[in-house]
Design a binder for this molecule. Sequence first.
Ligand code: ATP
Ligand code: MG
Length: 230
Amino acid sequence: MLDVKNLNSFYGRSKAIQDLSIKVLDGAVFAVLGRNGVGKTTLLRTILGLTDKCEGSIKLNGTEITDKPTFERARAGVAYVPQGRMIIPDFSIKDNILMGGFASSKGRRIPDLVAELFPYLMENLERPGGVLSGGQQQQLAIARALASDPKLLLMDEPTEGIQPNIVEQIEECITRLNRELKLTIVLVEQNVDFARKAASHFAMIENGTCKVDGKIEALTAKIVSQYMTI
Ligand SMILES: Nc1ncnc2c1ncn2[C@@H]1O[C@H](COP(=O)(O)OP(=O)(O)OP(=O)(O)O)[C@@H](O)[C@H]1O
Ligand SMILES: [Mg+2]
């Protein structure tokens, strides 16, 4: 599905991703782990073509996308749920969702799945996004990503800063998107317990590169303590 090889990525002249390689199989939930500031968000942004400069290879289903503009990557089926959610507070819930449809071949519409997963959003479509709680805004960011009919979903710390009782709902939603919708998911996550539960594979990032990767069963307590404890 996604094959990243020898990737370097830059903010101006500073290199935030260094010689990073990962392979995400079709249908996987691939957890990207590591301490603050190691380059997890930058990796997702680079896959989307949102950094200043990148070198190396990014293949989506065998097609090189490294030089493609972001909208073409989105049309090819890559969607993004950014860290911090980035919804537009003054836009209605409906317009926030429909914005995600810009890259969909089916046009701007609210997918049936969104109605099923997030009934609260559907009942409040005309309200501004800004009135929602953190957890509801996260649901909105996921709904917006689903509006582009993605095949590959890049999710950046979807449970960060969210009330514990809502965290479980978000986690269940991620699992359903993978199991029922067969979405391949790259999940940046600080919660190792959830990563163990939800993910099939992992990559541990440090200094902008992948230090250890493999099946989730291979994520030992030793690796976690070496690369994640402060
Ligand atoms: N817009 C930017 N301009 C310049 N440098 C940046 C920018 N965004 C991030 N960086 C730098 O790139 C490096 C990687 O940052 P990144 O945000 O990818 O880390 P992260 O692993 O996602 O961290 P966190 O867990 O805190 O979200 C850091 O050194 C950071 O300071
Ligand atoms: Mg980040």
